[in-house]
Write a protein that binds this ligand. Sequence first.
Ligand code: HEM
Length: 126
Amino acid sequence: MSKTLTLAEVAAHDREEDCYLIIGNERTGGAKVYDVTKYLDEHPGGDAVLLELAGKYADDMFEDIGHSMNARQQLKEFLVGTLDATEEELQALRAPAHTGNGDSFLLVAVAGALVAAVGGYFVFMA
Ligand code: HEM
């Protein structure tokens, strides 16, 4: 039977000699815990990216890369168990990535103001 781990239990496996990652979401069948310690040296994307996420929720990064079906298949070899966390806890872990949207909104607003100012200047000069 597969185990169920809490976020705190996963967080304890946060180094090169003992590296767990949480990958998965509602769409891919739920958040699951993987022991990638033995995979660090073999990962085509290198060990650094995995170590940076050691003991953490790595799903957003895993999905952003657009891993192949083969990579998804490989995941199964490293399965430790399922994650015992509420939807709110997972959302909180995703939060840092979401603040990025606020920044880009600001960027668009500033760029828009700049275009309006330059446009206004030319209209004024004409
Ligand atoms: C156990 C988890 C993981 C497995 C089994 C895995 C497997 C793979 C495989 C097989 C590839 C080759 C391309 C492909 O088939 O898609 C790959 C590439 C890559 N992976 Fe992962 N990966 C894992 C987790 C992650 C995570 C968490 C990141 C976070 C950033 C990551 C970043 C990358 C990058 C950047 C590449 C591209 C390498 C390149 O093409 O230069 N991987 N991974």
